[in-house]
Design a protein around this ligand. Structure first.
Ligand code: SF4
Length: 284
């Protein structure tokens, strides 16, 4: 994006909302900032309507701070808790109906390549486990089979959270939710492995417990997708509202899930991706 697009026309500096002025003056666009710089720049997600302690809000904030080129990124979101906070995201984003995000992202990425052949435009499809692992799984997998060059990020709160708490394919076996009172009967879907086997050149699962690690994975996924093909990351997002723990315990729960092995950190990297990672991480 040409930074002039969002610069304020002379004479309008006083009239534009403060938030907008702050974004123009102190936003991360074109500055190559990352999670270590949080607190020093105007963030791309603020004042969202998600529940207190929502792991999804924390993850989204970290993802946005990790994007290698936020000014040249378009997010395709979809129905779910995450969609409630896209109106507050200060970056181009599109809402697609439930589960359609990877089909919409496919068309968008192809159109951007035709419209801007000399520029790098990143597309990131984001959705919850319902949109990516259940309702949209067909479209997700077919975008991977076709080798579409964009990143898919799943906010994995292990439930359908904003419809009152049903089990999802990503809920763990035995999980008890408001509308699954006898416990889930089958195991969590092995999405990182499904992504790897369906053609993703990079597939990872992570939590927001260590922001630098999450940042590294997001950067790897987005940069690899530019050159090689589809990439996938799933992020554990604790949901205090449906799993019934205190909002103040979200981070502890995240760490406990990781420590006990209930949520495993994984990273599958294809040989071609490994080569490319060496190059761009050496350059840094
Ligand atoms: S219901 Fe759960 S996932 Fe949804 S916004 Fe609230 S805490 Fe987050």
């Amino acid at each position: 994006m040409n930074n002039k697009i969002y610069e304020i026309s002379p004479g309008f500096e006083e009239i534009m909302p403060k938030d907008y002025r702050d974004l123009v003056n102190d936003g991360p666009f074109g500055k190559k900032l990352g999670v270590k710089d949080l607190g020093t720049f105007k963030e791309l997600l603020e004042e969202h309507p998600l529940c207190a302690g929502c792991g999804l809000a924390l993850s989204k904030r970290l993802i946005l701070a990790s994007l290698p080129s936020p000014e040249n990124t378009v997010i395709v979101g979809t129905t779910g808790c995450s969609s409630l906070s896209f109106a507050q995201v200060a970056i181009h984003n599109i809402h697609s109906i439930f589960g359609n995000q990877n089909a919409v992202a496919t068309g968008l990425k192809r159109a951007l390549e035709i419209r801007f052949p000399d520029k790098t435009k990143d597309v990131v499809a984001m959705g919850g486990d319902g949109a990516i692992g259940d309702i949209g799984l067909g479209m997700v997998m077919h975008s991977w089979f076709r080798g579409e060059k964009f990143t898919t990020i799943m906010f994995d709160n292990e439930a359908y959270a904003n419809t009152g708490g049903q089990e999802s394919g990503m809920s763990q076996k035995g999980a008890v939710l408001n509308m699954a009172p006898t416990g889930k009967k089958y195991a969590k879907l092995p999405m990182p492995e499904i992504a790897r086997d369906a053609g993703c050149v990079y597939s990872a699962s992570v939590t927001p417990a260590r922001p630098k690690r999450l940042e590294k994975m997001v950067r790897r996924a987005v940069i690899l997708a530019r050159k090689l093909g589809p990439t996938y990351i799933q992020i554990y997002c604790p949901c205090p509202t449906n799993y019934k723990f205190k909002p103040s315990e979200s981070l502890k729960r995240t760490r406990d899930m990781e420590k006990s092995g209930a949520y495993q950190i994984k990273e599958y990297i294809s040989p071609a991706a490994e080569e490319l990672i060496k190059k761009f991480e050496e350059v840094k």
